[in-house]
Design a protein around this ligand. Structure first.
Ligand code: ZN
Length: 280
């Protein structure tokens, strides 16, 4: 049985009450681990969605990071030596408070998340997933060989080319790189010569999807931080399912218009494009 922190943010929760299980002195301050929390932490392994903002027992939370422990030391961020799901390890949310915050093991504490900031990040994350699907659809004709499909069955440019994804309030920035290996897989790099055309096609898909008011939910294997979670968007053509650890809106109807714009850079051995996604 896992003793991961039980997390309620995937279900949209922005407040919780929990018991302090451990505290740890970190460089950044006092790390506090609870049995359960509504606070979304940043995951150093794939830091797409930033940590929530808010308070713990009334004290400002300066940061929230994914940590891991085998029952001894608590490792945080990039110092975690194992992957999620490793036998004998628990994955925990580490809330970072000021070093002198008067919080002790055994305390029952309230966690309160800044709802406006969370909502902006949820909108940004939902728009980010939708934009990645729209980009795949816009580039579907650029492939000369069979390649695995994305959540809608289009050739998966996103997974093969994505270098980084950063979500902010009401938007995201995704960087894609096309080099030798992608060309070998059958991607015609000339498809990126007309990025205005790519943007126009992607934006047409986005407008259609947003107008569908499709419902969104998070399916998960359990309530633990390390349990597998999927974003499910009930698009008219069928459910789109993408593995995801973040937070989301519950309907595309809650998003304003979503649009993408591109920048292009020549890099060693290929082309890098940056997709800026904006949700009004
Ligand atoms: Zn995601």
């Amino acid at each position: 049985m896992s003793s991961d922190t039980l997390v309620s943010y995937p279900a949209g929760s922005t407040s919780s009450r929990g018991t302090v299980l451990a505290t740890v002195a970190l460089e950044q301050g006092l790390g506090v681990v609870l049995d359960r929390t509504a606070f979304h932490p940043v995951d150093a392994g794939w830091p797409d969605q930033p940590a929530d903002r808010g308070t713990l027992a009334g004290h400002p939370v300066l940061d929230a990071v994914v940590g891991a422990t085998d029952g001894g030391e608590i490792f945080v961020g990039r110092d975690i030596p194992v992957r999620k799901g490793t036998e004998g390890w628990s994955f925990v949310v580490v809330h970072v408070l000021a070093a002198d915050a008067p919080v002790n093991v055994g305390d029952d504490v309230d966690v309160t998340v800044d709802e406006g900031y969370r909502n902006g990040l949820s909108a940004g994350h939902t728009a980010c997933h939708l934009a990645s699907l729209a980009l795949d659809a816009a580039l579907a004709d650029a492939w000369t060989k069979e390649i695995g499909g994305d959540a809608l069955g289009n050739p998966d440019f996103e997974s093969n080319a994505c270098q980084s994804s950063r979500i902010h309030e009401h938007g995201s920035v995704d960087v894609y790189r096309v080099g030798k290996s992608l060309r070998k897989k059958g991607f015609d790099v000339a498809a990126l010569d007309d990025l205005d055309g790519v943007a126009a096609r992607a934006n047409a898909h986005l407008a259609e999807w947003v107008a569908s008011d499709a419902g969104i939910r998070i399916d998960r294997d359990g309530e633990g931080l390390g349990d597998r979670r999927n974003w499910v968007c009930e698009l008219p053509g069928g459910d789109a399912v993408i593995p995801c650890g973040g937070t989301h809106l519950t309907s595309l109807g809650d998003l304003g218009p979503v649009t993408v714009a591109f920048e292009r850079a020549e890099v060693e051995g290929g082309v890098e494009i940056t997709m800026h996604t904006t949700a009004a």
